[in-house]
Design a protein around this ligand. Structure first.
Ligand code: HEM
Length: 458
């Protein structure tokens, strides 16, 4: 009798959870048990996938990002590219894409060089010293660079204020994670009365003030420069904010422009700066790899301290491999996700409509079946020898897949390479990657700075 009751209870629970968790039908997996089905599904209302073809299929078919982070980041990021709903995202992405075209990014090379020189100079005081938090400097520089390039606005003279903004970003993302951990705060009413909400409001205000300032300065220039507003003389390949302003009062409201600017300032300041920080730490841990990088830089530049040109970048193949390997071993964006809006057949499972699908980029990039037994080691050489790379090119997914992949990919690669060339031409770096502690703040960030030591090269 007892067993009948247990089985009946399990069946009722199963049906209850099926409906509660999935607005559509339950996903179908191989190995389903009679009555009990896939017990693992009791653990949550999402599935996580790591097969590169499945990841590509899901990310190429669906455009709605799910999750708490998305919802809770809205007061900060509005309906901008990073978190906006699929319906708004589609037209916006189309409108914004030309601003991330290679031709536009190439025109930023001068700024990338200048900013890298400023960064290298600011580190002089640490030469021969103890460890210092290089990530902090990289983030500050990235914030200035993104405003200079994407908006054409120079904020380099207001360092203290910029630092407050970066602290505000950190606090906001911490708050999102804290809110996600407390189900009471899922209800807007309860959350609106909490101390957490007050912190959110004050930090959103700080970060939006920066955007307002940038927008105001750009608008003044835009409205007075007749050359800029003559649409016939201009192609669509313009820097980000310039292009957005071309559409103000037609397809984009002031709020739309502000949302997009907030998103690009946030994404542009947080992502590539973290990758450069990991790269330096890895190069500091593996001096022989650092030396190989430097040798290639010497081959290209000799003793010259000249700016990095477009042609130089194509020659720096080893540095390119180092960056790719860093992004594989230590992805700054370890996962993304989509809401499944149609039943979808994957290799070994069917995802039912309504399901939340987590796409674990980390899993793809660190799967020993794809990358081999040295998957946990830092081996830039694998990117230079095609037979050492996974047969499936989709295994290389650091920037995501499909139409909603990273729009800033070309920008990121160029800015990271330029800054590393300038740093390695001037300093020898030491550090210990194995001491690094990360925390996930939507993207992976250092838990307490990434510390390196630097010495001046002879
Ligand atoms: C190495 C640095 C970077 C990495 C590894 C990276 C990675 C990613 C990933 C994995 C996504 C999500 C893709 C998806 O959901 O399918 C993404 C989206 C995005 N990234 Fe990046 N990113 C980097 C740098 C940048 C930079 C420098 C910018 C801006 C200047 C940027 C702007 C964005 C934006 C706006 C989105 C949302 C795109 C959309 O939804 O249409 N990223 N990035």
């Amino acid at each position: 009798m007892m067993w009948y009751l247990v089985v009946a209870a399990v069946c009722i629970l199963y049906v209850y959870w099926s409906f509660r968790m999935y607005p559509g039908n339950m996903p179908v997996y191989p190995g389903k048990l009679p009555l009990l089905g896939n017990l693992s599904l009791f653990l949550g209302d999402a599935v996580v996938i790591t097969d590169p073809d499945d990841c590509n299929q899901v990310l190429s078919s669906y455009f709605e990002r799910p999750g708490f982070a998305n919802k809770f980041l809205r007061p900060f990021l509005g309906d901008g590219l990073l978190v906006g709903p699929g319906s708004i995202w589609k037209d916006r992405r189309k409108l914004i894409s030309p601003s991330f075209n290679q031709q536009v990014i190439d025109s930023f090379l001068d700024i990338f060089n200048k900013q890298s020189r400023r960064l290298v100079k600011s580190w002089e005081e640490y030469v021969g010293d103890e460890n210092f938090d290089h990530h902090d400097y990289l983030e500050k520089t990235a914030l200035e660079t993104v405003c200079l390039t994407m908006a054409g606005v120079d904020i380099t003279q207001q360092r203290e204020y910029n630092n407050r903004c970066l602290t505000a970003f950190r606090t906001l993302v911490d708050r999102v994670i804290e809110r996600a951990k407390n189900p009471f705060y899922y209800t807007e009413l309860i959350y609106s009365m909490s101390a957490l909400k007050k912190t959110e409001d004050s930090n959103v205000a700080i970060s939006h003030q920066l955007t307002d300032q940038v927008l105001q300065r750009k608008r003044e220039e835009y409205n007075t420069d007749q050359k800029i507003i003559d649409p016939k003389s201009e192609s669509k390949f313009k820097p980000f904010l310039h292009r957005l302003l071309d559409f103000s009062n037609t397809s984009l409201s002031d709020k739309d422009i502000k949302d997009e600017m907030n998103n690009i300032i946030f994404a542009g300041s947080q992502s590539s700066s973290a990758v450069v920080a990991y790269t330096l730490l890895l190069l500091g841990t593996y001096p022989e790899i650092q030396q190989k990088c430097r040798k290639q830089i010497l081959d290209v530049f000799g003793d010259s301290d000249r700016d990095v040109s477009k042609a130089d970048l194509t020659q720096l193949k080893y540095l390119d491999a180092v960056l790719k390997e860093t992004m594989r071993l230590c992805p700054v964006a370890p996962f993304t996700g989509r809401i499944i809006t149609e039943d979808t057949k994957l290799k070994n499972a069917v995802l039912r409509k309504g399901l939340v699908c987590g796409v674990m980029l980390y899993g793809v990039l660190n799967n020993p079946e794809l990358w081999g037994s040295d998957v946990n080691e830092f081996v830039p050489e694998r990117w230079l020898e095609p037979n050492r790379l996974p047969e499936n090119p989709r295994a290389m997914g650091s920037f995501g897949y499909g139409k909603r992949n990273c729009i800033g990919k070309i920008y990121a690669i160029m800015t990271m390479k330029v800054s590393i060339v300038h740093i390695l031409r001037r300093y020898r770096v030491t550090g210990n990657y194995h001491n690094m502690k990360l925390k996930n703040q939507v993207i992976n960030k250092p838990a307490r700075g990434h510390e390196i030591r630097i010495e001046l090269l002879e």
